[in-house]
Design a protein around this ligand. Structure first.
Ligand code: HEM
Length: 499
């Protein structure tokens, strides 16, 4: 599918019509923000906001560029909507960490809102968000998250992935589907109570939808939808596929929930869905309860999508980076051979003894900045920030990529250098400016799980295989094929050769 083309003539006509509508909204938005004192930024046009200064094909880069002129805290207008942009470590930290409560609401994210309607964890706010997030964290913990049982589950799944890689017999292949299935199976086991066979066609179709959605959302079309949602609803284009895919995902989840309802034993919950159904039953007389079918579907979706796409994309990028920098891969192999050997599978306790590998994984996450703009935040109340006053509800874009590429925090940030996370004695050292999961109250709910998965999947694969690129390392291009919501690595094939 072509994701980067421009809209058609009909599209442009509708775009203009939509701009008129935006004009009215722009005036209304001005009224809404009249009581605040937003940071200065590029002057918006009444109909387009700052569209002309932004490149929807590389949104975070245009935002970083604007900060060179307007400073680390400035306002841009996405159509009618003013958004405060935070650029660089200091600004993001002051807001998301030092004023964590104030900056803990989710901001507008139209491409997700049309599907979630503010239900679930990731796109809800206030009491609903607090209750659902607390419930999800507790339930995931009860099912082994952060404990040895989830570690064992990942280890087993990593062995399944090794078997699948072995089946390629050294022939070139694109790892996207296999990696996605393995990673997804970990969260599926907790949410749905079972893993799926790598050949299960319903599961495979679903993961294709995930990948496709992450890609379209990270393209020109996804960004344009976020700027002009009402208009883009009317326009044909690849963005419409996002919503068709979401509907199919919803059906898949709803079907699973239905099967759970038929076999539910309230005294012996099997998984996350069972626990949610039990809570729904307990609170069914409460008109204010947040536990109902829509929030169950969306919460399940948040865990399923969140638990699959970012982690598997990070692993794919890791393969590319290790092939691009064979001298780094060689040091990882050396450390693995010393600490783990070949007789037993890697475990989490190894991580502490493997400072170089740990530093490489951190550096990969810094370097790729998989969600370069995080997810939009909003302020929970009228919020004084630096010399400004952000009215309650003001959208905030924390540019996580700008933190990861902040030269005050990382030496030569444009180069890939694991030494960023090593001290002078070559011991691992984390950094506050490492923020792939975004800091603060809304920190990624799956951060702990993701860290375990990346370490265990990567080391297990490297224990069994060397990664062989099909082109010389110097020709490996790490530039993302799309950048928007996520940084999507270029598609590639490689060979895995038994060690
Ligand atoms: C490398 C892997 C991952 C990365 C880089 C990542 C990154 C992020 C980021 C940047 C956010 C936005 C946080 C904010 O607004 O401040 C987020 C939110 C979230 N993530 Fe992840 N994530 C990853 C893996 C996971 C996994 C494995 C799960 C599933 C358990 C998950 C579930 C969620 C959920 C539910 C939210 C919404 C949290 C909220 O709004 O309270 N993520 N993630």
């Amino acid at each position: 599918m072509e994701l980067s083309g421009a809209p058609s003539a009909l599209g442009l006509a509708l775009l203009l019509a939509g701009c008129c509508l935006s004009g009215v909204l722009w005036l209304l938005a001005g009224a809404r923000h009249g009581r605040g004192r937003l940071p200065p930024g590029p002057p918006p046009l009444p109909l387009l906001g700052n569209l002309l200064q932004l490149d929807p094909r590389a949104m975070h880069r245009s935002l970083e560029k604007l900060s060179q002129r307007y400073g680390p805290v400035y306002t841009i207008h996405l159509s009618s909507l003013p958004c405060v942009v935070l650029c660089g470590y200091q600004a993001v930290k002051e807001a998301l960490v030092d004023q964590a409560d104030d900056f803990s609401d989710r901001g507008d994210f139209p491409v997700f809102y049309r599907f979630t309607q503010g239900n679930g964890i990731a796109f809800s706010n206030g009491e609903k968000w607090k209750v659902l997030r607390r419930f999800a964290l507790q339930t995931l913990k009860n099912f082994g998250m952060g404990k040895s049982s989830i570690e064992e589950r990942i280890q087993k799944e990593a062995q399944c992935l090794v078997q699948e890689f072995r089946k390629t017999g050294g022939a070139p292949f694109n790892p996207i589907n296999l990696v996605c299935r393995a990673v997804s199976n970990v969260i599926c086991a907790v949410v749905f109570g079972n893993r799926f066979d790598y050949q299960d066609s319903a599961f495979l179709t679903l993961l294709d939808h995930f990948n496709e959605n992450f890609k379209i959302m990270s393209s020109f079309w996804g960004e344009l939808y976020n700027i002009f949602p009402r208009l883009m609803d009317l326009l044909p284009g690849p963005h419409q596929q996002i919503f068709r895919n979401f509907e199919k995902l919803k059906q898949f989840i709803a079907e699973r929930i239905h099967r759970h309802q038929e076999t539910l034993d309230p005294t012996a919950p099997r998984d996350f869905i069972d626990c949610f159904l039990i809570r729904m039953e307990q609170e069914k007389q409460d008109p204010l309860s947040y536990f109902h079918m829509e929030t169950l579907v969306m919460t399940t979706h948040n865990l399923f999508f969140g638990g699959t796409e970012t982690t598997s994309t990070t692993l794919r990028y890791s393969f590319l980076i290790l092939m691009k920098y064979p001298e780094v891969a060689a040091q990882v192999y050396q450390e693995m051979d010393q600490v783990i050997g070949s007789e037993r599978p890697p475990c989490l306790a190894d991580r502490k003894l493997m400072p170089y590998t740990d530093a490489v994984i951190y550096e990969i996450q810094r370097f790729i900045s998989i969600l370069p703009m995080g997810l939009p935040r909003a302020v929970t109340r009228d919020t004084p920030f630096r010399d400004f006053l952000l009215p309650k509800g003001t959208n905030v874009i924390p540019l996580l990529s700008s933190v990861h590429y902040d030269p005050s925090q990382f030496k030569d940030p444009n180069s890939f250098n694991p030494a960023n996370f090593l001290d002078e004695r070559k011991a691992f050292r984390s950094k506050e400016a490492f923020m792939p999961f975004a800091p603060g109250k809304r920190i990624c709910l799956g951060a702990g799980l993701a860290r375990m998965e990346i370490f265990l999947f990567l080391t297990t694969l490297l224990q069994h295989f060397t990664l062989q690129p099909l082109v010389p390392p110097a020709e490996i291009d790490l530039a993302p094929q799309c950048t928007g919501l996520g940084n999507i690595p270029p598609a590639f094939q490689f060979q895995v050769l038994p060690r």
